[in-house]
Design a protein around this ligand. Structure first.
Ligand code: SAH
Length: 270
């Protein structure tokens, strides 16, 4: 597999180079080609395929038109978790609202957030689902927020590549806006530049935290016989919304470790 985090070597890396488009379980190879074309028109080049039903084919290359380079450079991963492991922001695009309690963003707000994070040095993924069934709830659980194109509510499902085009266009506008700020008259010495802070926590740091949170809640008997899934879903949503950085995750994990230690001492004292 090629590295999903790699950037084209002949360009100075900018925010667009830290944005990846992830297609999960794509069923029609033609859509992979059309998505590559949609991306390239908007200055995006990093395509990741998660377990496509069929590998890119002659049909994909035909529909990619001049975007063969994007298609040829596409990485392939076995799972979505693998495809986004190094990402600090993962946004899942959905044709309809799901029961998964995720914050839902409009494409414009999603693009602003994605490009803001990428401009601050973070890896960002926009994830698209299968033509027939979209993203599974488990896959959406790996996302920090969902993105919905506010289409006709009676007919809201766009073709996969058309959805990639809409999001890529919004990303393009956001990239151009950031570039305009960087080269505009106030670029140097002005106030109000981006606040320097620790990098946002990576996807795997957050998953490590959630695993420890689950163990701790068990250890302190938080669930009292209730199924833990519902509470964990709500807690995931809360912590993902908070946009924690690596240091904050370390502090929270320190608190959990102490709670686990106290619970084990209390058990010994019984
Ligand atoms: N029947 C599927 C539709 C899948 S369309 C379903 O109901 O989920 C394939 C993919 O295109 C979706 O998984 C999503 O990533 C993207 N997509 C299609 N329409 C969209 C919309 N209105 N908003 C956001 N993403 C959309």
């Amino acid at each position: 597999m090629s590295d999903p985090a790699s950037t084209p070597s002949n360009q100075v890396p900018g925010p667009a180079d830290r944005l990846r488009i992830v297609l999960v379980g794509t069923q029609h190879p033609g859509n992979i080609g059309s998505a590559a074309r949609a991306m390239k028109t908007m200055g995006l080049s990093r395509l990741v395929l998660v377990a496509p039903e069929k590998a890119p084919s002659v049909e994909s290359y035909a529909l990619a038109a001049g975007a063969d380079d994007v298609l040829a450079g596409a990485a392939t991963c076995a799972t979505l978790a693998e495809a986004v492991a190094d990402c600090r922001l993962v946004l899942g695009c959905t044709a309809r609202s799901r029961r998964v309690a995720l914050e839902e963003l409009l494409p414009r707000d999603a693009a602003a957030r994605a490009v803001g994070e990428a401009a601050a040095g973070a890896e960002v993924a926009l994830v698209f689902g299968r033509e027939r069934t979209g993203l599974s709830n488990d896959e959406l659980q790996l996302c920090h927020a969902s993105v919905h194109i506010p289409a006709n509510p009676d007919y809201s499902s766009l073709n996969l590549a058309a959805a990639v085009q809409v999001l890529s266009y919004e990303l393009r506008l956001a990239v151009l806006a950031v570039a305009g700020q960087a080269t505009g008259p106030d670029a140097e010495g002005g106030e109000g530049g981006p606040e320097r802070r620790e990098p946002p926590a990576s996807h795997s740091e957050m998953e490590g935290f959630f695993a420890q949170l689950g163990d701790t809640l068990d250890a302190i008997d938080f669930h009292k016989g209730r199924a833990p899934e519902s509470a964990m879903r709500k807690l995931r949503r809360l912590y993902l919304r908070a946009g924690l950085d690596s240091r904050e995750v370390r502090i929270l994990r320190g608190i959990l470790a102490d709670a686990q230690r106290m619970a084990s001492l209390a058990r010994k004292g019984d």
